[in-house]
Write a protein of this length. Structure first.
Length: 108
């Protein structure tokens, strides 16, 4: 893959991530202004970071299966699970930054 081809791939992925953020983000937060709402309270015994991990592992497990078997069952691995894993890493950063902010304010 050339640098130009990679840049095109990268740009398409970024555009897909932006669209995913808009469509799935609104769907999973049920209209809430809290973009991270779906990680909070849906599993009361788990903190939001652990809920994130459960959700993330679903997509990562599909990627591992593909890597180990070469089989792609159902959805295209590039169009769904790779995209979702990248999105979940952004969501993880949001959760971490939010948690740090809460702890910082609590120490004041």
């Amino acid at each position: 893959m050339t640098y130009k081809e990679f840049e095109e791939l990268f740009d398409k992925r970024v555009a897909a991530l932006k669209e995913t953020s808009q469509t799935k983000g609104r769907k999973y937060t049920a209209g809430s202004e809290d973009r991270l709402k779906n990680f909070k309270g849906c599993m009361p015994r788990l903190d939001p970071l652990h809920v994130w991990e459960v959700f993330f592992r679903k997509h990562w497990t599909s990627i591992e299966y593909f890597l180990n078997t070469g089989e792609n069952i159902g959805e295209d691995i590039c169009d769904t699970h790779i995209n979702d894993c990248i999105m979940y890493l952004f969501l993880l950063e949001g959760l971490i930054r939010e948690e740090r902010l809460v702890h910082k304010e609590a120490r004041r």
